[in-house]
Ligand binder design. Structure first.
Ligand code: SF4
Ligand code: SF4
Length: 357
């Protein structure tokens, strides 16, 4: 077993590390744009802002972009060109400042885009990416990560930073890629002392005390088994506009559509893939104009059940990181957290249905 050494680095020196990394990596980090934060490529470490609550969109866009060309077909030559697997840049990427919820989001996508249905594009980008995580010691505005156990990560990062006293970070090394980052700037890191370990524990205690538990995960599966006909679905279905914003900002929603777009000159056709969501009317539309989920209410309910119940069946875990982006993005004011908490209130004391889980 390899035992990784832990280190400390001054907050101001993190910028120097990123500066040196820019020679070898495409670097992405949270940056402020007007009133929001987004992950963006940076060319100057001064432009990153690690003092942020939540980015508007998750890091999934760096591994599975909202729209991308998969290939182009040339009708004259009858050949395929510009295949995506050949055109993904080889330069390694570095993402700085990913919170625990987003690292857990990527670990979920690893399950979906790996294993039974390997997604080569996702895998290629994942393999060439190094991640510096950042521990949240206080809750962001809408997040409920502690309720769904995504406030901690034990894997999925290469370095993980926890703010400790004296404007320094305690650095957990999670992989050989993390070791490589340290070798880029060994002068910036010091081995953690016993006092640093104590400071690290104090930070974890602060986090433990400040992140609230909003609902309990342990009986969610049986609650949803009981709540299929709860009136709440009709109530929120009436408000939902099926705009899809909640799914587009979600770190674990993974659906995409594949379309062929033929050029007006009929010389080329481009195959694209685009993010899709079960909230859109045509998602479950099939031949004969039959729609499995005709009503907005049915589509919204499906999303809840797929993420919080179906994913448990398929992947063994819920498809929610508690990041709260869906709450911030919803123009109708529908809160995933409030809906789940209300269902638990309505059903938690009821007996489990026969044959339920
Ligand atoms: S949901 Fe939790 S881990 Fe994610 S940003 Fe908010 S506090 Fe941090
Ligand atoms: S963001 Fe709100 S209104 Fe839009 S689809 Fe999601 S729940 Fe419905």
């Amino acid at each position: 077993m390899v035992i990784m050494q832990n280190y400390v680095i001054k907050k101001e020196d993190l910028n120097k590390l990123v500066e040196r990394a820019l020679d070898d990596y495409d670097v992405y980090a949270p940056v402020q744009k007007k009133s929001i934060h987004v992950y963006d490529q940076i060319s100057d470490p001064a432009s990153m802002d690690l003092n942020y609550g939540q980015t508007m969109t998750s890091a999934k866009k760096l591994f599975n972009p909202p729209v991308e060309n998969m290939m182009t077909f040339d009708f004259d030559k009858k050949e395929i060109k510009d295949r995506l697997e050949d055109t993904i840049p080889e330069t390694p990427s570095l993402i700085v400042g990913l919170h625990a919820c987003d690292i857990n989001g990527l670990l979920f996508l690893d399950r979906v885009y790996g294993g039974e249905y390997d997604d080569l594009y996702y895998q290629k980008r994942r393999e060439k990416t190094t991640i510096i995580g950042l521990n949240c010691l206080e809750s962001c505005e809408s997040g409920f990560c502690r309720s769904v156990n995504t406030h901690i990560v034990l894997e999925g990062y290469d370095l993980f930073l926890t703010p400790i006293e004296d404007e320094r970070y305690y650095v957990n090394v999670g992989s050989p890629k993390g070791d490589r980052l340290i070798t880029l700037a060994p002068d910036l890191f010091e081995e953690a002392t016993e006092d640093d370990v104590d400071a690290f524990r104090k930070s974890l205690q602060k986090k433990h005390e400040s992140l609230p538990v909003e609902f309990h995960l342990d009986n969610l599966t049986e609650t949803l088994d009981m709540a299929w006909d709860d009136p709440i679905w009709e109530e929120i279905g009436e408000d939902c506009m099926n705009c899809g914003s909640c799914a587009l900002v979600c770190p674990t929603c993974y659906c995409f559509d594949v379309v062929d777009e033929v050029g007006l000159d009929l010389k080329e056709s481009t195959r694209k893939r685009k993010w899709d969501t079960c909230l859109y009317y045509d998602f479950a539309l099939v031949a004969g104009n039959h729609n499995f989920r005709e009503e907005p209410e049915a589509r919204l309910k499906y999303r809840f059940y797929h993420k919080m119940r179906g994913a448990v069946h398929d992947q063994g875990i819920i498809a929610c990181t508690g990041c709260g982006r869906c709450i911030d993005a919803c123009p109708a004011g529908i809160s995933f957290l409030d809906v789940l908490a209300q269902l638990q209130k309505n059903w938690a004391s009821a007996p489990t249905i026969e044959g339920g889980n």
